[in-house]
Design a protein around this ligand. Structure first.
Ligand SMILES: Cc1cc2nc3c(=O)[nH]c(=O)nc-3n(C[C@H](O)[C@H](O)[C@H](O)COP(=O)(O)O)c2cc1C
Length: 245
């Protein structure tokens, strides 16, 4: 069967699209064409899903809608009301290796952003930057049915990654955001979504401000041997079983 999109000639090395995707947190004041977004979202929906369920839904906000949601989010963050995410995004406890990685990332990231984590004013400023979608002209909201299970999140992740890679291939940048979903109730109310929808994350999207140093922050990755185990022999009955740290 013919693909329902024009793939065009392979003018780029796909692995370099993957490795060049890093979060972008400063954007140019330049609109993104709807046509480009439609192309990316159409291609992204080629992500696999169990029995082709395609549970993902995405709201795309631009212009006044994006500005108005930002305003509502900032107002909520300043109100005394308590808000919380629909789900947790990390296991508890994380384990020493992962705690260490998160700690190292935090120290490097907040340093690069010029944010002193001990200073509540600068932490609030960072939250506002998130709620303002880092100044991006496009904000996407990814949501699932409330009864989503681990496998549903997995398929959303495949879709989300396709979106981010499609944006890179289209000359755009993005930043996925869990922090914003603390105000899931505000987002649902704004979008007219029922309580039966679960807000997974938001995505700030736009033309990258290459002059911003934060856009050159590339957190290091674990090496191949830290996350890959190769097996080419059947395990012998007497061998001790392998355990992970
Ligand atoms: C589901 C998800 C939620 C995230 N939430 C936030 C967020 O709220 N704010 C933010 O600035 N970055 C957020 N990030 C970005 C991560 O910090 C980033 O992907 C990680 O540090 C690796 O950096 P890189 O993507 O630039 O390579 C999130 C990433 C993912 C996948």
């Amino acid at each position: 069967m013919k693909a329902d999109h024009d793939t065009g000639p392979a003018t780029f090395d796909f692995l370099s699209v993957i490795t060049s995707r890093h979060c972008k947190r400063a954007f140019l004041d330049r609109p993104v064409s709807r046509e480009v977004l439609e192309r990316v979202l159409t291609a992204a929906a080629h992500a696999p899903s169990p029995r082709n369920t395609q549970f993902w839904q995405v709201a795309v906000l631009t212009g006044e809608a994006r500005a108005a949601l930002s305003q509502r989010l900032c107002a909520a963050s300043e109100s005394p009301e308590q808000y919380e995410q629909d789900y947790s995004n990390q296991p508890s406890p994380m384990g020493a290796t992962y705690e260490q990685r998160a700690f190292d990332w935090g120290a490097a990231f907040y340093g690069a952003m010029g944010i002193n984590r001990a200073d509540s004013a600068s932490r609030r400023d960072f939250e506002r930057r998130n709620l303002n979608f880092y100044g991006a002209p496009v904000a996407m909201i990814f949501h699932l049915p409330r009864n989503a299970v681990a496998g549903t999140f997995l398929e959303m992740g495949l879709f989300l990654q396709n979106v981010m890679l499609g944006l890179v291939a289209s000359g755009l940048g993005s930043c996925p955001q869990y922090s914003v979903t603390r105000y899931a109730d505000v987002i649902r109310d704004f979008l007219g979504l029922g309580a039966d929808r679960l807000v997974v994350c938001t995505l700030s999207v736009g033309h990258v401000d290459e002059s911003a140093s934060i856009n050159r922050f590339y957190p290091r990755r674990a090496t191949l041997s830290e996350y890959t185990q190769w097996h080419d022999q059947a395990p012998s009955a007497t061998a001790p079983s392998a355990g992970t740290a």
